[in-house]
Design a binder for this molecule. Structure first.
Ligand code: PGA
Length: 246
């Protein structure tokens, strides 16, 4: 059985106050269920959000991690530091990291390895650009991104992580993949993982909202969502979370 997840990626938004308020609203309403809710605040809000969700069913995650364990890497945050802050999950290879901060498939694989080695569950983000989709390269791009990580850590380790398919053209644009488009890529990922991947959690991300979530999550190979913009509003995010079939 794939564990259903709903993840809120807050990106570079908010203040300590707004982060604590949002986390408090979510933890007051969200009850333990088969679906796990995870919040990804900015690094500087991790401790405050950890306090706000203490004792609730909500888990904590970070948006990025260094591939290095420790040392002279000014401005970086190690996997061990994230564990120390109470994180259980970390996003790895988000398209904004790949596109805006030059993270290659190889760097993403190193980060995945560092995260898993410290005991975090990486959420490996993959997805094609609009141009790649138009050239019919979607499955090739996504499977290559996953292969780079399999080459670094082995298929079994990739299968015990989480993979989020996020078409780049759908992130923050209001444009969502249709349930059929998303399912097609999720199915290809499931096939790539083979027998070891039957229970791997696969998330969809890219302009998920309460109005389109149920149809996406009803697809057989979609086990939940990675939500950006719509995770910044408690009611909207809770409505999305409630539409996941556990
Ligand atoms: P979005 O972001 O929901 O705002 O499109 C998703 C993501 O970047 O994870």
């Amino acid at each position: 059985m794939c564990k259903p997840l709903i993840a809120g990626n807050w990106k570079m938004h908010g203040t300590t106050d707004s982060a604590v308020t949002l986390a408090g609203q979510l933890s007051a309403t969200w009850k333990a269920s088969a679906v796990e809710m995870i919040l990804f605040p900015s690094f500087v809000h991790l401790a405050a959000v950890r306090e706000a969700i203490a004792g609730s069913a909500i888990a904590l995650g970070a948006q990025n991690v260094s591939q290095h364990a420790a040392g002279a890497f000014t401005g970086e945050i190690s996997a061990e530091m994230l564990v120390d802050q109470g994180c259980k999950y970390v996003l790895v290879g988000h398209s904004e990291r790949r596109a805006l901060f030059g993270e290659s498939n190889e760097t993403v694989a190193e980060k995945f390895k560092a995260a898993q080695g410290a005991g975090l569950t990486p959420i490996l983000c993959v997805g094609e650009s609009l141009q790649q989709r138009q050239k019919m390269q979607t499955v090739e791009v996504v499977t290559d991104q996953i292969t780079a990580v399999i080459d670094a850590v082995g298929l079994d380790n990739v299968c015990r992580a989480v993979i989020a398919y996020e078409p780049v053209w759908a992130i923050g644009t209001g444009e969502t993949a249709t349930p059929e488009q998303a399912q097609e890529v999720h199915r290809a990922i499931r096939e790539q993982l083979g027998d070891l991947g039957v229970a791997t959690t696969l998330l969809y991300g890219g302009s998920v909202k309460a109005s389109n979530a149920a149809a996406l999550f009803a697809q057989p190979d979609i086990n939940g969502g990675l939500v950006g913009g719509a995770s910044l509003e408690a009611e909207e995010f809770l409505n999305i979370a409630q539409s996941i079939e556990a």
